[in-house]
Design a protein around this ligand. Structure first.
Ligand SMILES: [Zn+2]
Length: 112
């Protein structure tokens, strides 16, 4: 069994239920998931298929997965929106957002 590259503690377990979301489309991919940190590694060909399908559907945005650390301010954790996302989505300090917890993901939606 292969070790996880992210945490180097867990083993990668074969799974068939990796959720890959593009806009409002959800793809379920096969791949591997770390038994320790739960990081998911969809198989390359699976990801490729999902991306091709999304392109055909016209829902593929610029590929984007950003890694950020949270910071602490006034006793709370702060997540900073990257400036390229700010521009793309035309966000400002008056933007209202909705936050949803789905499994171990946090989804931030714009409330228009
Ligand atoms: Zn891991």
């Amino acid at each position: 069994m292969r070790k996880c590259l992210i945490c180097e503690k867990g083993n990668l377990i074969k799974v068939e239920d990796i959720i890959f979301e593009v806009e409002n489309y959800v793809f379920i991919l096969k791949g591997e998931r770390c038994s320790y940190c739960n990081e998911e590694f969809p198989y390359e060909e699976e990801t490729h298929k999902a991306i091709e399908t999304s392109k055909k559907l016209g829902v593929w945005p610029e590929p984007m997965k950003l890694y950020r650390h949270l910071s602490r301010s006034g006793g709370g954790l702060v997540f900073r929106i990257p400036s390229d996302l700010e521009k793309q989505l035309k966000l400002d300090e008056n933007t209202e957002i909705g936050i949803t917890k789905i499994g171990n993901k946090i989804v931030i939606e714009l409330e228009k």
